[in-house]
Design a protein around this ligand. Structure first.
Ligand code: ATP
Ligand code: MG
Length: 274
């Protein structure tokens, strides 16, 4: 990110560190020196960069890249998918959305449906919700006993480690809004005929459980931010800044992979195209 160009590492949660979301400001935009208009211009540049890196990942056919998005309702997962990945080649990028599990999914272990959607070589996959629901909504609504969900943090760490060892890079983003911002966004959805389709009355029930969700997120993030699959708590009240943080963190990671276009397995000088 330009204008100060500080690393997004300040939003990364170090392994084992306790997380207190109250202490992390959802209005922060301190890593970018400019305003909203400049932020949006900057995102266009990042879109171009990401497009190039994704092309490289696709051409290489070596590595797998997984982006996990989690947030409270209205937190902006859809907005991130739309704005951060604008312009990338749809052939190499896929979104997997995880809703209330079906009967078949429930008949399997909770990671079964997740593993099926993990990225293949050359692919970027974005998880819109994820296996983390199994320690979030499942915990808050007591859908399984505590002894069952409380084992899952270690299971998730082991699962993500296995994916990583097999060539997957994993980044996880919690889009952090506050309760007032959610109120404003829900009211906007209620009042704007073009946003109303997104309004879900059930979101109001979940909103009443805000504090329980905060506790569940804090524990999940703290216990599953690892060297191999870090969590970023992204200030997300300002949508333009949220997009910059996610885009920059993904770009930094992709650049760090030091990818290269594959060498030809023939001598181009000797191949004649008639
Ligand atoms: P989103 O709210 O993510 O933008 P949406 O509004 O299109 O998506 P919803 O019907 O709200 O769709 O689907 C997501 C719902 O599925 C959420 O309420 C979420 O908590 C629930 N869900 C996801 N995974 C699980 C799970 N493993 N167990 C129970 N509920 C789950
Ligand atoms: Mg919803």
């Amino acid at each position: 990110m330009k204008k100060n160009d500080k690393s997004m590492d300040k939003y990364r949660i170090l392994p084992g560190k306790p997380v207190d979301l109250k202490k992390l400001d959802p209005n922060d935009s301190s890593n970018f020196g400019g305003d909203k208009k400049e932020g949006k211009e900057e995102l266009l540049k990042l879109n171009k960069k990401l497009e190039g890196l994704q092309e490289l990942l696709y051409a290489e056919q070596k590595r797998k890249f997984l982006v996990v998005l989690q947030a409270m309702d209205t937190g902006g997962k859809d907005g991130v998918i739309r704005h951060v990945f604008e312009g990338v080649n749809p052939q190499g990028v896929r979104v997997a959305s995880f809703k209330t599990p079906t009967a078949i999914e429930l008949a399997h272990d909770y990671l079964w449906r997740i593993h099926q959607q993990a990225p293949a070589r050359g692919e970027i996959v974005i998880f819109n919700r994820s296996h983390y629901e199994d320690v979030l909504v499942v915990r808050v609504h007591e859908l399984v006993p505590r002894e069952v969900w409380s084992r899952r943090y270690d299971q998730i760490n082991a699962f993500e480690k296995q994916l990583t060892e097999e060539g997957t890079t994993i980044l996880k983003f919690f889009l952090h809004i506050d309760k007032d911002e959610q109120k404003a966004r829900l009211e906007a959805r209620r009042d704007d005929p073009e946003k109303r389709w997104k309004f879900n009355v059930d979101d109001l029930k979940e909103r009443k459980l805000w504090d329980e969700y905060v506790r569940a997120y804090e524990e999940a993030i703290s216990r599953t931010s690892t060297e191999w699959a870090p969590w970023y708590v992204v200030p997300a009240n300002k949508k333009w800044y949220r997009n910059l943080v996610v885009a920059s963190a993904i770009i930094d990671k992709l650049e760090g992979l030091k990818m290269a276009f594959p060498e030809a397995d023939f001598d181009p000088k000797k191949v004649k195209v008639d």
